[in-house]
Ligand binder design. Structure first.
Ligand code: S3P
Length: 159
């Protein structure tokens, strides 16, 4: 059995994922980190050199391979659900859990972000609300939805 955490950027997938893995005695892996180590460069570099579609192709390629893992908790990149077919692939990997963070919390956490290409330049609030609007209906298709507002990573992991 595996657990797959999905959700918007900065919604706590990595910190919660590590804690869930510890509690279950599972291993933890983050798809963004896996892609960066396999490619030996950062996601920003991949976006800059080859564009988002190439990154999405790498993401889907990785996702197909995750079905061979067992007893893992995976945290995934916030846009993974935007590629058609990935939700089905995620379901094939494990129980899909959406960490539903509050928009203001997300904005606060992304305010000084220099790492995530999807939120660089332009008005952060507009970018985040637009992306959230597009993505929420996809995230909501998870097997389980957990609201994170006002909860510590430990509390969310417990749920
Ligand atoms: C992205 C989210 C990032 C990373 C990439 C694209 C997105 O992951 O995959 O920068 O489109 O939302 P996090 O959700 O871990 O920040």
């Amino acid at each position: 059995m595996n657990v797959v955490l999905i959700g918007f950027m900065a919604s706590g997938k990595t910190s919660v994922g590590r804690r869930v893995a510890k509690r279950l005695g599972y291993r933890f892996l983050d798809t963004d980190h896996l892609i960066e180590s396999e490619q030996n460069r950062t996601i920003s570099d991949i976006f800059a050199a080859e564009g988002e579609p190439h990154f999405r192709a790498l993401e889907t390629d990785l996702l197909r391979r995750l079905t061979h893992y067992d007893n893992y908790v995976f945290s995934t990149g916030g846009g993974i659900i935007t590629t058609t077919g990935n939700l089905e692939l995620l379901r094939g990997v494990g129980v899909v859990v959406f960490l539903k963070a509050d928009t203001e919390d997300i904005l606060r956490r992304l305010e000084h972000d220099k790492r995530r290409p999807k939120v660089q330049g332009g008005d952060l609030r507009t970018k985040v609300t637009t992306l959230l609007g597009e993505r929420l209906p996809l995230y909501e298709q998870a097997d389980l939805v957990i609201e994170t507002l006002g909860k510590t990573p430990n509390q969310v992991a417990g749920e």
